[in-house]
Design a protein around this ligand. Structure first.
Ligand code: NAG
Ligand code: NAG
Ligand code: NAG
Ligand code: NAG
Ligand code: NAG
Ligand code: NAG
Ligand code: NAG
Ligand code: CU
Length: 549
């Protein structure tokens, strides 16, 4: 006992120096990844069937893939040159810890960026893995404004086990623009059917590989709507990541990604270059759409002089890998056992008097507030823990800070819904199996090491039980990632630790608050509030709001 004390008071100079050097090394290695995004309409014909105006970046479709390394700061200087639509950029799966105002959700974390306006996104990425970014203004991203975001991990458990990476997006594609499709949807109600499925924004991608080589393949479903089965003929996938969380390796020959989900897997190629192999992205047959648009075929190309065989037709998807079987690499145990706060939400749908469909969690159909919810949470004069402050139409759910939070999502509707939470990944403790229609379970196994991800497929007639710690103060959407459903109201707002958001006064380290202010002022969004800036030397601009008298 006595010997330890001096050590506590006077840490060894060697240890101190080592600590300082370690911090310095981390800081020195972290880079600023800066891009200029000039968002415009461009013409493109990705599926080779019909050219149409799509949304591109810097005159090009598809928008660029972004790459960064854990610890980097990403800066996207965004100009809206669309002329006729507002926009914003959301970085799907990024926690935005202390930068909730960079989450890119129009009406939630910022006002949308009007035509002719600009906005700089600036945030740190402290999480490895496969992500994507997309517009989060109205239901705009299926018109093209979506791309990959890959965050490299120098501490990856799989470093040294593969020689190269392959990045592939999976998506659906519509020949009509979203404004047209949404108009039709609002009038007729049925989910519009995609015209094509694409791998990497085309219907005939070829991926050159070397024999006897192991690759890390990253796949993301960046679709507007459909769940997608993916497989590579003659090859086994060893899954190692779910939505940015490294997992222990799990072998699969057929995987499923709901809209918004990602996986990476190790792929060891065949020992020789005798043939090329088809890879297939197949629309979830549950959606029962027409055959010709149901799949995209690409090829693992060992030898481009050899034939590109057509893919075999697969009808049975019962052997698809179940993501509930994945074990996170860190084997994080079940959060709890005590739950600090628990929320139950039921997915429902009603037909309005106008004949249109209105999706809802419980009884409330989400409508985007004119003042972003985050800014309401910054109102110094109001009781920010009171859900009434945020308006019933935003389906506000206020969470206390640093609690084990359980969310049960019940799906009585006869269709699977991919539910995505911003600002977190969560443990999926229980989820009703595909074929079963029950929504009650056994007791949670306290020794389980549940899969963690940020988008969960809640099965039809079933439910999912998820948990996370409310350790990320901010305003985060919880929503169905099928655009038709989120457009028509299947959205809730999680207001996490609002008093802590106030204490942070938006992030101190990032002097960018002025953009948040400017894009709102452009559209005269400042209803009950006065903008009120506090400038602090050395820590940039903080924004506070005071209520108008
Ligand atoms: C964006 O692109 C448009 C069309 O090419 C061009 O007119 C405009 O000047 C560009 N804006 C910026 C900020 O580069
Ligand atoms: C794919 O290849 C076929 C055959 O070469 C071609 O007709 C089609 O236009 C291509 N699709 C795209 C999107 O390039
Ligand atoms: C916006 O402009 C694009 C490109 O000119 C056009 O194709 C599209 O129909 C317009 N959309 C709206 C809603 O006006
Ligand atoms: C697929 O698209 C990504 C960008 O999203 C790109 O980095 C990658 O090289 C493409 N892969 C192939 C095989 O074309
Ligand atoms: C949603 O409805 C369920 C009953 O169906 C209820 O238990 C739950 O508390 C409601 N959730 C909220 C956030 O009001
Ligand atoms: C704020 O609102 C919450 C929820 O309505 C309530 O429990 C709390 O007492 C209120 N606090 C103050 C200071 O009014
Ligand atoms: C956010 O940052 C806090 C403080 O560093 C940390 O405790 C928490 O785990 C972080 N949350 C997320 C979701 O990254
Ligand atoms: Cu849905």
């Amino acid at each position: 006992m006595a010997r330890r004390q001096p050590r506590r008071q006077w840490p060894s100079p060697v240890l101190l120096l080592a600590a300082v050097l370690a911090v310095f090394a981390r800081t020195a290695a972290a880079a600023v990844i800066e891009h200029n995004f000039n968002i415009t309409w461009v013409w493109a014909d990705p599926d080779g069937q019909r050219a149409r105006p799509v949304i591109g970046v810097n005159g090009v479709f598809p928008p660029p893939a972004l790459a960064a390394t854990v610890g980097d700061t990403v800066v996207i200087n965004t100009w809206n040159s669309l002329g006729n639509q507002s926009t914003s950029l959301h970085f799907h799966g990024i926690y935005m810890n202390t930068t909730s105002h960079m989450d890119g959700t129009a009406g939630v974390s910022q006002c949308s960026i009007r035509p002719g306006e600009s906005f700089t996104y600036r945030f740190r990425v402290d999480q490895p893995g496969t992500y994507w970014y997309h517009s989060h203004t109205t239901s705009q991203y299926p018109d093209g404004l979506r791309g990959m975001l890959v965050i490299a991990d120098t501490d990856s458990p799989y470093v040294g086990q593969y020689s190269d990476e392959i990045v592939l997006s999976l998506s659906d594609w519509y020949h009509d623009q979203m404004v047209t499709l949404l108009d039709d949807y609002d009038t007729n109600g049925g989910d519009p059917e995609p015209d094509s499925i694409m791998i990497n924004d085309t219907t005939n991608v070829t991926v050159a590989v070397k024999p006897g080589t192991t690759y890390l393949v990253r796949v993301a479903n960046i679709a507007a709507y459909v769940g997608i089965y993916f497989w590579i003929e003659g090859h086994v996938m060893r899954i190692v990541e779910a939505d940015g969380v490294w997992t222990q390796p799990a072998e699969a020959t057929l995987i499923y990604l709901a809209a918004g989900q990602r996986h990476s897997f190790l792929l060891t190629t065949r020992p020789d270059a005798q043939a090329n192999f088809a890879m297939v992205a197949r629309m979830d047959p549950e959606l029962q759409y027409l055959d010709e648009s149901e799949r995209a075929v690409g090829w693992l190309t060992y030898d481009d002089q050899k034939p590109f065989p057509d893919a075999k037709v697969v009808e049975d998807f019962s052997g698809a890998f179940d993501d509930m079987a994945l074990v996170p690499y860190d084997q994080q145990p079940v959060l709890g056992p005590e739950v600090g706060q628990s929320i139950t939400l039921a997915i429902g749908m009603g037909m309005a008097m106008d004949g249109g469909h209105h999706w809802r969690f419980n009884s409330s159909t989400y409508q985007t507030p004119s003042l972003p919810t985050l800014f309401s949470a910054l109102d110094e004069a109001a009781n920010v823990t009171d859900p009434d402050l945020y308006g019933k139409n935003s389906q506000p759910i206020v969470l206390a800070h640093n609690q084990v939070t359980e969310l049960v999502i019940i799906n009585k509707h006869p269709m699977d819904h991919p539910v995505h939470l911003h600002g977190h990944s969560f443990q999926i403790l229980q989820r009703t199996a595909a074929s079963s229609r029950q929504d009650v379970w056994a007791v949670v196994d306290p020794n389980a090491t549940p899969v963690r991800r940020d988008t969960v497929l809640v099965r039809s007639g079933g439910a999912a039980r998820i948990r996370f710690v409310s350790d990320n103060p901010g305003v985060w959407l919880l929503h169905c990632h099928m655009e038709w459903h989120s457009h028509s109201g299947l959205v809730a707002t999680i207001i996490e630790a609002p008093e802590e958001i106030q204490r942070q006064g938006l992030i101190k380290a990032l002097p960018v608050g002025t953009d948040s202010k400017r894009v709102c002022e452009m559209q005269d969004v400042r209803p009950a509030m006065e903008w009120h800036e506090i400038v602090e030397l050395g820590s940039g601009v903080k924004i506070r709001f005071t209520r108008k008298q």
